[in-house]
Design a protein around this ligand. Structure first.
Ligand code: COA
Length: 163
């Protein structure tokens, strides 16, 4: 951002932009998904599948869904509505401008509107940029998921209450 001028907009993805999102995902993350999976999220949770646009170009995305599960914050098996951040990425040339934060904030807002109780995500334990961003957004490391990724790396499960 420069002064009061925001250089990017965050908005729901359009169906003709799914290929672009897939390309950003392939370029930035080793966790990739089929076209059908992107469509499944787009159809099921269109308000939780957002893109960031700069000068008419999609430069980042976030993709979430709502699940039912047990609370990460209760010692008992308390059933809650959980928001799951499946994937988020910003193209390298557009990082450190607040786009990742803006994507997450808008997704959290939309999830709150859907009555979600808490939000969780998995992140590689070596992914310091993402872990820092999630911590700034109020997420806490809840536990380690051993050998969660195909290459054997561990994940942190991070979560935050939404209410
Ligand atoms: C993680 C990612 C989405 C962050 O996007 P971004 O638009 O650069 O994030 P922001 O500009 O909103 O940064 C927010 C905060 O995150 C932290 N952060 C971001 N990049 C960082 C870096 N390279 N090193 C350390 N901390 C970093 C900082 O605390 C930053 O706040 P600051 O700029 O005020 O210091 C981006 O780095 C990315 O796309 N990475 C590759 C894909 C990925 O790892 N996705 C997450 C998978 S779980």
């Amino acid at each position: 951002m420069t002064g009061d001028t925001q250089l990017f907009v965050v908005r729901p993805v359009r169906s003709d932009e799914l290929d672009k999102v897939m390309r950003i995902n392939l370029e930035t993350l080793p966790e990739n998904y089929s076209r059908e999976f992107y469509l499944y999220i787009y159809r099921g949770w269109p308000d939780l599948f957002l893109v960031a646009e700069v000068d008419g170009e999609v430069v980042g995305y976030i993709m979430c869904r709502v699940e039912r599960g047990y609370s990460e914050f209760s010692r008992f098996f308390k059933p809650v509505r959980k928001g799951h951040v499946i994937s988020i990425a910003v193209l390298p040339g557009y990082r450190r401008m607040g786009i990742g934060t803006a994507l997450m904030k808008k997704a959290l807002l939309r999830m709150a509107e859907r009555g979600v109780d808490e939000v969780y995500l998995e992140v590689r334990i070596s992914n310091i940029p993402a872990i820092n961003m999630y911590k700034k957004l109020g997420f806490r490391i809840m536990r380690t998921l051993w050998r969660y990724y195909r290459d054997g790396e561990n994940a942190y499960l991070m979560a935050r209450p939404l209410k």
